[in-house]
Design a protein around this ligand. Structure first.
Ligand SMILES: Cc1cc2nc3c(=O)[nH]c(=O)nc-3n(C[C@H](O)[C@H](O)[C@H](O)COP(=O)(O)O)c2cc1C
Length: 158
């Protein structure tokens, strides 16, 4: 029998991850972003990563429409940003410092790293779609990561 969804969430919550905000654009050019930890490196040659996006997310259509996204890896002082982008819809970028990257998607101010991507492929993943991004630009900054473990935000050493 398949595992029940809350139990699956609880068990997978034992896999400690970083926290990202994935930014993208609608076809009208409106900025979108969502908090995500279903993110993985994939290939060095060509340089690929993958993200998993809920088909019910407000920003879902943007990945197909714009063909671009940027993975913003959050720093340990950006829990408020993570919480803001984990709420569906609304004007999430109001009062948030960012600049536009070469692909047009926002790069949030103060992130630990960012990776600008072009959508390379998409695969069905149940109630999510797996997007593979071709990494075109990437940069890091000296800071500590925000972590997510057992349903809560953590910092290294907690
Ligand atoms: C720590 C954390 C990790 C999350 N990871 C993902 C993820 O990998 N993929 C996803 O689609 N949603 C993920 N979510 C949920 C989205 O952030 C949430 O559904 C958000 O409201 C979607 O925004 P939108 O509907 O405006 O697009 C995560 C939320 C949190 C708090």
């Amino acid at each position: 029998m398949p595992i029940e969804r809350n139990e699956l969430r609880r068990v997978m919550g034992h896999y400690a991850t970083g926290v990202t905000v994935i930014t993208t654009l609608s076809k009208e050019g409106k900025l979108h972003g969502l908090t995500a930890n279903a993110v993985s490196s994939l290939s060095l040659d060509p340089p690929l990563l993958l993200i998993c996006v809920d088909k019910k997310a407000e920003s879902y259509a943007c990945f197909e429409e714009s063909g671009v996204f940027t993975v913003n890896i959050l720093a340990d002082d950006q829990e408020d940003i993570s919480r803001r982008f984990a709420v569906s819809g609304g004007e999430k970028f109001e009062g948030v410092a960012y600049r536009r990257g070469a692909n047009g998607a926002p790069i949030l101010h103060g992130v630990l790293a960012h990776l600008e991507c072009k959508v390379h492929a998409a695969f069905d993943g149940g109630d999510h779609t797996i997007y593979i991004g071709l990494i075109e630009e990437a940069e890091t900054r000296e800071a500590k990561p925000l972590l997510f473990f057992r349903g809560g935000y953590r910092a290294i050493g907690d």
